[in-house]
Ligand binder design. Structure first.
Ligand code: Z5A
Length: 206
């Protein structure tokens, strides 16, 4: 059986991932392409519980190592329980964040180091890698303005604009060495971005 495509979306907070995933789901549905949508951290019973711990503003004493291991625990669960079976059954997987988030947020911005995050990412995913990753690149200030009025910030959003700047730099560094990562200018109109994303997916699938 032909394997499903594994597509991931990455970027700083509020870069427009959810918006693009919604448009891509509509496109896949209109083309009768089978897919599932998942998100990280979360997407499983265990993972959603871990997500609550990670994003809870009250957990401000969480250590960087505890944070890293919780993200990897949620990832191990969703990869084995959901992603690997779906791809194996020929179902396309659209994933809101995957291990590149750990590289950019924990490895780069939190300075845990690539050696550690690369090792844990490989272990947590049994070396499952996306076929294509869209990095929605945007100025943190613009992303922050877009998010305004969405209510209380979570524990990671509370870290502010300079943190988002570090994360953005981490993503762009990573993209230099990973051919599967497509950098998308996310400051443009959602429909324009969507068309570019679809073109890349069609190019990949032929
Ligand atoms: N995290 C981590 O540190 N390490 C890891 O390994 C993983 C995650 C997996 C997950 O939070 C947090 O965990 C995240 C990283 C960290 N940091 N934080 N906080 P999340 O999943 O809840 O949040 P998020 O991933 O940052 O998503 P988001 O805030 O919901 O944003 P988004 O999905 O990228 O954006 P959006 O909701 O599509 O758009 C934001 C707003 O902009 C919205 O009002 C849209 O209508 C608007 N928008 C979107 N696109 C456009 C365009 N093109 N033009 C104008 N306006 C737009």
């Amino acid at each position: 059986m032909k394997k499903g495509l594994f597509i991931t979306f990455e970027g700083i907070d509020g870069c427009g991932k959810s918006t693009q995933i919604t448009l891509l789901k509509e496109k896949f549905s209109s083309e009768n392409k089978e897919f599932i949508e998942v998100r990280e951290p979360g997407g499983t019973r265990v993972g959603e519980k871990i997500r609550n711990i990670l994003l809870d503003r009250k957990n401000d004493s969480m250590t960087r190592m505890a944070e890293l291991l919780l993200f990897e625990a949620a990832r191990a669960q969703i990869t084995e329980e959901v992603i690997i079976p779906a791809i194996g059954n020929g179902v396309n997987v659209i994933c809101d964040r995957f291990y590149d988030s750990t590289t950019a947020y924990q490895g780069y911005a939190n300075k845990m180091g690539r050696d550690l995050t690369d090792f844990l990412n490989l272990k947590a995913t049994s070396e499952t890698s996306p076929d294509i990753t869209f990095l929605l690149d945007i100025d943190p200030e613009l992303a922050w303005k877009r998010r305004m009025g969405r209510g209380e910030e979570d524990r990671i959003e509370m870290l502010g604009l300079s943190y988002q700047e570090e994360v953005r730099t981490g993503y762009l560094e990573l993209a230099k060495s990973e051919e599967r990562i497509v950098i998308i200018d996310a400051s443009r109109d959602p429909e324009v971005i969507h068309e570019e994303i679809v073109k890349h997916i069609w190019d990949l699938t032929g």
